[in-house]
Design a protein around this ligand. Structure first.
Ligand code: N1C
Length: 263
């Protein structure tokens, strides 16, 4: 009897590739070029999509390495102004609300590379059509998946390109540690800060309005970060509930006791 050729569809624990990924990335590319031209230089959006899909389409989604993104990074690179880089960990929503209100600051998602991929999922499979829309590996299933490798190399290059005074917004209301060793900020970005380019690191530890105030500048993990930075000769400062960010949080919580700055 004939063996049935059963198509083995891979089932991963994470969500599948974002629908219309190509159109979204190409569209974001044109948006970015229009808004940021001419200072980012010439960019070819069709070519950028080609290099992006070359990294993962028809590839095993557990063996995409950060180096595979090098050509995409070359095509999307542009200068980053000194003193404006804003890093973050576990404050994704708040930090981007803040940079919208205070657009001088630049997060990775305001650079071309981060803007193209923000919030998207992508992974490949060996069988046609080479893109898995059903599921993608989570970080725990395999570390070398296309999305994790992307954020690792994008974060690394943003850290390397940053100069002058840089800031980082941390979450002071987490139940665990506010800045764990495994965060991309501490494990990838800080080690790639260039002491010849970066003069000072300003840490902002922000609690949710109404708390809990579980972590602050003198908490264990923040002080470990302080030591790591001081050992490498960066000037360091830390602010609990940095007022401009607090004011922004209070727009949404105007009646909360912590938002009554003067009565
Ligand atoms: O692991 P994290 O935070 O410390 O990473 C945040 C850090 C920031 O300073 C950014 O420059 O690393 C950069 N970064 C992103 O910009 C980014 N956008 C979306 C890292 N990760 C990013 N993501 C997704 O959030 C990605 O899927 C990654 O795994 C999470 C990490 O967020 P985190 O744990 O809050």
């Amino acid at each position: 009897s004939n063996l049935l050729a059963v198509e083995v569809e891979e089932h991963w624990k994470g969500g599948g590739t974002t629908r219309n990924l190509q159109e979204i990335i190409v569209g974001r590319c044109y948006d970015y070029v229009r808004a940021a031209s001419p200072w980012i230089g010439e960019k070819n959006c069709a070519h950028i999509w080609e290099e992006f899909q070359n990294v993962f389409v028809y590839k095993n989604p557990c063996s995409v390495m950060k180096e595979d993104y090098q050509r995409l990074m070359d095509l999307t690179s542009h200068p980053i102004p000194c003193n404006k880089s804003m890093f973050w960990s576990k404050t994704n929503d708040l930090v981007h609300q803040y940079t919208k209100a205070s657009p001088d600051f630049v997060t990775l998602e305001n650079t071309m590379l981060g803007y193209l991929a923000d919030g998207l999922t992508w992974c490949g499979k060996l069988s046609s059509p080479g893109i898995n829309h059903q599921s993608c590996p989570s970080w725990r299933e395999c570390e070398d998946n296309p999305v994790s490798s992307f954020w690792k190399i994008a974060s690394e290059s943003f850290a390397k390109a940053s100069c002058g005074v840089v800031q980082v917004m941390l979450n002071g209301s987490l139940s665990g540690v506010s800045i764990s060793k495994n965060s991309l900020f501490r494990s990838v970005e800080v080690p790639h800060f260039n002491p010849n380019k970066i003069s000072e690191v300003r840490v902002w530890v922000i609690d949710d309005v109404g708390g809990p105030d579980s972590e602050s500048c003198d908490s264990q993990s923040v002080m470990e970060l302080e030591n790591e930075l001081k050992e490498r000769n960066f000037k360091y400062s830390c602010f609990d509930n940095y007022r401009p960010v607090r004011l922004l949080q209070c727009v949404r919580n105007p009646d909360h006791a912590e938002c009554k700055f003067c009565s």
